[in-house]
Design a protein around this ligand. Sequence first.
Ligand code: PLP
Length: 368
Amino acid sequence: MIYLDHGATSFPKPRAVCDAVDEAMHRCANPGRGSHDAARAGAEVLYRCREAAGELFSVEPERVVLTASCTQGLNMAIRTLVRPGDWVVISGFEHNAVTRPLHGLGARITVAGRRLFEPEDTLWAFRRALDRGAKCAVFTHVSNVFGYILPVEEMARECRRRGIPFILDAAQSAGAADIDFEKLGADFIAMPGHKGLLGPMGTGLLLCGRLPRPWLFGGTGSESENQAMPDFLPDRGEAGTLNVPGFAGLTAGIRLILEQGPEAIGADESALAAYTAQELEKLGYEVFRGRRQLGTLSFRGREDCQILADRLAERGIALRAGLHCAPLAHRSAGTLDTGTLRVSFGFGSTWEEAEGLLDALRKSVSGL
Ligand code: PLP
């Protein structure tokens, strides 16, 4: 299979990740629930995961809350900072994992910066929106539909300057871009473990600059006599049994990223996307491309996107059509009516895979 859907989850997982999951399945019991060896081994796995994340993102290990997905982390962060009726500024490229929790809470939303691949416009609109009064800001690092890299360092600076708390959604950048928690000064950074960090599905991380408001209540293995959730990290955000084998795999994934460096990985993915975009244009497709683009790109032709994706799937080429859980991004780019086909490269993607897709399209799979 030619897998070009890394934006959904990285696949296949590296051998080291699978081995680490397998080992933990055989070695680990529930951490923090006993003093025996198997429980200690489980606790050690979780600590190693926080430590590896700490190294990659310049954050203290105890500030790393282990979650089941980026969505979970975003919900916890948003529920900490936003109350019903609050004004919240978001970018024009947010995923439903940001917009739905805000909608569910009854927040009032200002969408700032809808122009694709125009960081100056994004920043200008963002500043203006903050100045009109905002309780907090939530923005994505990289659009999951278009690969647009938002100017998040500058956006973070604008928030800090005004004392406005902010949440960064690093779902598409973690593992493929430099993210420095200390330097950004974010209140929260949420990310999945299962995309660019190469871990198993069912893993995610929430980096916490402040105590989160718990959204799930239960046992933590600490302060059992206390009926309130502990008021310290990471326990406050981690009720219930954690996915120990998953986090063992995630640690192995993060170690691979640390070896190669996220920026080098991102540069390879960007180069693949830029080449593919250029060749797709030669084939007559409308391609959404720009200077600040990571390894994801969207395109469309005259034919229905889903039909084309189905035909490619029949030929063993995996990509994703439709709205990609991000109708706001499609509305911003003017593609809400048709959706797009999304190609997303990832760790280990090759030039041969890019050529495989292009060849299939050249052979008029599309009927263009
Ligand atoms: N935010 C963005 C930008 C995403 O692309 C995704 C997933 O595709 C999410 C959030 C949600 O991530 P998860 O599936 O890990 O909950």
